[in-house]
Design a protein around this ligand. Sequence first.
Ligand SMILES: Nc1nc2c(ncn2[C@@H]2O[C@H](COP(=O)(O)OP(=O)(O)O)[C@@H](O)[C@H]2O)c(=O)[nH]1
Ligand SMILES: [Mg+2]
Length: 213
Amino acid sequence: MQFKNSILRLCQQSKFMLSAAKVNQYPDDQGFEIAFAGRSNAGKSSALNTLTSINLAHTSKTPGRTQLLNFFKLDDNRRLVDLPGYGYAKVPIQVKLHWQHRLEGYLNGRRSLKGLIITIDIRNLMNDFDLLMLNWAIARNMPIHILLTKADKLSYSAAKDTFLKVQSEIHQSLSDVITIQLFSAPKRIGLKDAYTILSSWMQLADKSTHITE
Ligand SMILES: Nc1nc2c(ncn2[C@@H]2O[C@H](COP(=O)(O)OP(=O)(O)O)[C@@H](O)[C@H]2O)c(=O)[nH]1
Ligand SMILES: [Mg+2]
């Protein structure tokens, strides 16, 4: 692996910054921010853990923090954000609306937001919340990259078939600029593709970085 000023090095040095409930608690809105969104249980924390040195067991899994926005610092100008998981079936509608309101507040106002990584369980594709999020991002020309998570739960050929099918459906019915890939946290599948996206959205000049999976 090559380190010099690469996305890989920044991710490996990443640090928890703060948890925020309100706009006035967010870090300064400058530089580059990439947000991770997804339905609860889709594998968002596991993906963030796998791509970074962040130990979400000590951050977003701390009681109360799952409903907050958790900011992680890569360097002085670059951050990752763990957004509240959406669409968790068991929470009361009031709480759901509250989450949605908070998410919208962040998404609509954040100038440094450069793109959204959306985690979708490969065995549990697209629900209304995923579509809402995708349509919101498309309407604002916000770059979207989808991680089809838990790819290890299917055979290689079944995962590949699902990936091709979802990719073609998304390109046909939503937008042909959305990128999509297979991902597995325990098997470390798809890390290189994910780093390439993060690096490009954060304008890091490390195209030559060799990342082994
Ligand atoms: N087999 C497998 N399990 C995963 C993967 N990603 C997450 N999980 C499991 O799925 C559950 C939910 O994952 P988590 O990352 O907490 O989801 P979140 O609610 O979206 O943050 C946990 O039990 C994880 O261990 C994956 O890539 N493969
Ligand atoms: Mg989580």
